[in-house]
Design a protein around this ligand. Structure first.
Ligand code: ASP
Ligand code: MG
Length: 406
């Protein structure tokens, strides 16, 4: 017997037919003797619609009431799933966040789970009852409904798996797993059997939007084995696990890209102590997250160029901050460019394989793609290139690291 948390995303509970398919899947596990906790999202599109109503009602809405409205989508699917299970002869009961209860912080709209009281649930699970939990919601210190931020039912599922010491947390979604890169761009992308938490975090933060980033952080902290799989077919998905649980580690696990960056260059600024502090201090004060940075070696005239990237949405604001420093920094000019993409190769295998970065640079050079900025971490090498080369770069790198599906 195993204890398993099964989370179904919006497309998996989009209508009654899909909900019946979910219930049938749950029944199968129950019939095998498993203890099952189901976590559901709202029907696909419903949360967007609810958010739309709220902003239509008021652009300066009260966040507590936003939560009262948007949490309702999950209430509907939890109840419908429980009814459908009962209809199939399975003992099942729905649970809203406040009923469990799931205690959260008071940050309405983006609350964090602080504690899950599992006493009642344990009792029900032990008598063989299926718990159907409304994802994405909890109860705040003010005794009001809170929500966990968009995509938050992934986090609900992992938090329950951790609190109930489940053997596994299955996340059912509309893709059948995690791929080596975006299959819409590289048709030879392959589904991974397994990926480490750390790699998944890098993939998720770079826009591979399979799982909410926070749910992966939580899974890593509590060592919850995760599986990402489709609810439309009976196929094993991708396991997200500890590094020790992966038998053969490839040098690279995946290639991600992000079009969310813009490049800013401060040209011919004095090459003297304190210049970087003078540039990046005010950007930080303006709450702008700088990602990649490169500074050239000083030229004969004792000036240098400083290039960095910021979120694309903050490009104009960043330029304004730098322009405000013109008198102090006495640079020649400031240039900005949002026609860039950040391409990253990711893999814990980098810790033990040499030459990963060199291979990336050589591959791009061979295709005549200029690298504008480079940054590295222990398990990632990222380059900034012109966005017109996104596809070419992804395909070439995918082949170079031997990731193409057989
Ligand atoms: N229904 C919520 C959303 O659309 C939570 C979730 O689906 O994870 O963001
Ligand atoms: Mg989701």
């Amino acid at each position: 017997m195993a204890r398993i948390v099964k989370k179904f995303g919006g497309t998996s509970v989009a209508d009654m037919e899909r909900i019946r398919a979910v219930a049938a899947r749950v029944k199968k596990a129950v019939d095998q003797g498993d203890q099952v906790v189901v976590v559901v999202s709202a029907m696909s599109g419903v949360t967007n619609q609810l958010v739309g109503y709220v902003t239509e009602a008021s652009s300066l809405y009260d966040a507590r009431e936003y939560d009262a409205v948007v949490a309702s989508g999950e209430q509907v699917t939890a109840g419908l799933t429980a009814i459908t299970l009962q209809e199939m002869g399975v003992d099942a009961r729905s649970w809203l966040g406040w009923q469990v209860p799931v205690h959260t912080t008071d940050a309405h709209g983006s609350a964090r789970i602080e504690e899950i009281d599992t006493k009642l649930l344990e009792e029900r699970l032990n008598i063989g009852q299926v718990a159907v939990i409304a994802g994405f919601q909890g109860i705040g210190p003010d005794n009001r409904i809170t929500t966990l931020g968009r995509g938050g039912s992934d986090t609900t599922a992992v938090a329950f798996a951790a609190a109930l010491k489940a053997d596994r947390c299955d996340i059912y979604t509309d893709v059948d797993g995690v791929y080596t890169t975006d299959p819409r761009i590289v048709t030879s992308a392959a589904k991974l059997d397994a990926i480490t938490y750390e790699e998944m975090l890098e993939m998720a933060s770079l826009g591979a939007k399979v799982l909410q980033t926070r749910s992966v952080e939580l899974a890593m902290r509590y060592r919850v084995p995760l599986q990402v799989l489709t609810s439309f077919e009976d196929l094993p998905g991708t396991m997200v696990v500890d590094e020790e649980d992966i038998v053969e580690q490839a040098e690279i696990s995946g290639i991600a890209y992000s079009s969310d960056e813009a490049k800013i260059t401060v040209e011919q600024v004095a090459d003297r102590p304190g210049v970087s502090a003078a540039i990046f201090g005010p950007l930080a004060d303006a709450n702008i997250n700088v990602d990649m940075i490169v500074q050239n070696v000083g030229a004969a005239d004792n000036t240098t160029d400083v290039t960095f990237t910021v979120p694309r949405a903050d490009m104009e604001r960043s330029v304004a901050v730098i322009e405000g420093l013109a008198d102090e920094l006495k640079y020649k000019s400031v240039a900005s460019n949002d026609k860039v993409v950040k391409v990253s190769v990711i893999g814990v295998g980098m810790r033990s394989h040499a030459g990963i970065a060199a291979k990336m640079f050589a591959t791009l050079a061979e295709k005549g793609i200029n690298i504008q900025v480079i940054s590295t971490s222990e398990i990632k090498v990222s380059v900034l290139i012109a966005d017109e080369y996104t596809e070419l770069a992804l395909r070439a790198l995918h082949t170079a690291y031997q990731l193409d599906a057989a």
